[in-house]
Design a protein around this ligand. Structure first.
Ligand code: NDP
Length: 345
């Protein structure tokens, strides 16, 4: 298990052989396993938390020496499971490897064990399969649940999103615009500022690395205050947001990426403002909302085909480049949803 910033060398690549057939269960001809060829792997910030020895059942630690597991898109090569057939495309939990044998996957969206989830994709050529790692997968559900279910948004409200160009943030900003809100995002480069304003339709955006006083910067962008803060970053950013929140504002606590590599989380000066401003702050995890996935999927597919929502991905080719892609999330190297292409078909 590691401390500090993750490094590429914390991960090693190994070769081995795998039989491209699901093993038969003892005493019967088939098992409940599914053998998949991995196509697209998702790099997600919470994976850093799995590199720590933690007891939280929601983010079980990786097993050192075993393949990294995470969300991905794959093609079924062989199946002993009644719900999957050869040739099916799926998204859910798989391994950072070319082929994975997935034992007893769960297809039910109501369960709360996301690390065994495997969902069949109704593949159509107009929607890229890689989207199921992002806009149509877990990050999409995070943006959807955090904005619509947690934030109680209303037309005309002032919305602030941090890590706003990423897998989740770019969608939150676009949802806010569809709702008729005023939305500003913070990001770590001028290229990303441009993306927010000119591709995702944010009303404004700023590069937090060029602003020395974030309280003052937010006051400039929100002279009337913030109604909704979609929190992806935590630490000093949250502390700067609190004095700028309007009374009865809402904070959807999605993630605290600025804290994931710290041994000791940063303290707060302004937390008491939660009380005096009657601010509601609620943490949430996307899998708790997976029962809404069918409704979400239908809505998002329509938005995509109508051109009402766009999505930017940052793809790297080859499993050998996956460690650098994962590590890059913590320096802001990725522009958009970070995807690793293992194979395209
Ligand atoms: P992104 O695609 O946004 O990638 C991470 C981005 O975070 C980087 O590109 C970088 O962008 C920014 N970042 C990295 N370090 C810092 C830092 N110290 N301070 C400020 N920004 C930083 O990731 P996701 O969209 O997938 O995830 C965004 C957040 O949502 C994370 O906190 C994640 O844990 C959380 N999340 C929560 C889920 C839930 O169920 N609650 C599910 C999925 C994600 P920049 O260049 O702008 O700094």
């Amino acid at each position: 298990y590691i401390t500090g910033f993750p490094k590429e060398t914390d991960m090693v690549s190994r070769t081995g052989t795998i039989r491209l057939k699901v093993p038969a269960k003892e005493g019967s001809s088939s098992s409940n396993s599914v053998l998949v060829k991995n196509l697209y792997l998702s790099c997600d910030p919470y994976m850093r938390l799995r590199m720590k020895k933690v007891d939280d059942p929601y983010v079980p630690a990786f097993t050192p020496g075993s393949p990294i597991s995470g969300y991905g898109v794959a093609k079924v090569l062989d199946s002993g499971h009644p719900d999957f057939n050869e040739g099916d495309y799926v998204w859910g939990f798989t391994g950072w490897e070319q082929y994975s044998l997935i034992d007893n996957p769960q297809t039910c969206l109501m369960m709360n064990k996301p690390e065994t989830l495997l969902i069949k994709i109704k593949h159509t050529t107009d929607i890229p399969l890689s989207y199921y790692t992002g806009i149509l997968g877990m990050p999409g559900m995070t943006a959807y649940a955090g904005f619509y279910e947690i934030s109680s948004p209303k037309k005309g409200e002032y919305v602030f999103v941090s890590a706003a160009s990423g897998a989740v943030g770019q969608l939150v900003g676009q949802f806010a615009k569809l709702m008729g809100c005023y939305v500003v995002g913070s990001v770590g480069s001028n290229q990303k500022v441009d993306l927010l304003k000119n591709k995702f339709g944010f009303d404004d955006a700023f590069n937090y690395k060029e602003e020395h006083d974030w309280v003052a910067a937010l006051k400039r962008y929100f002279p009337e205050g913030i109604d909704i803060y979609f929190e992806n970053v935590g630490g000093k950013m949250l502390d700067a947001v609190l004095p700028n929140m309007r009374p009865h504002g809402r904070i959807a606590a999605s993630g605290l990426i600025s804290q994931y590599n710290l041994e000791k989380p940063e303290g707060f000066h302004n937390l008491f403002l939660l009380i005096t401003k009657r601010i509601q702050m609620e943490g949430f995890v996307a899998p708790d909302y997976y029962h809404l996935y069918p409704k979400f999927l239908e809505m998002m597919k329509q938005y995509i085909t109508d051109g009402k929502i766009v999505y930017v991905e940052d793809t790297v080719e080859g499993l050998e480049n996956a460690p650098a892609a994962l590590v890059g999330l913590f320096t802001g190297r990725n522009v958009g949803k970070q995807v690793v292409v293992v194979a395209r078909e």
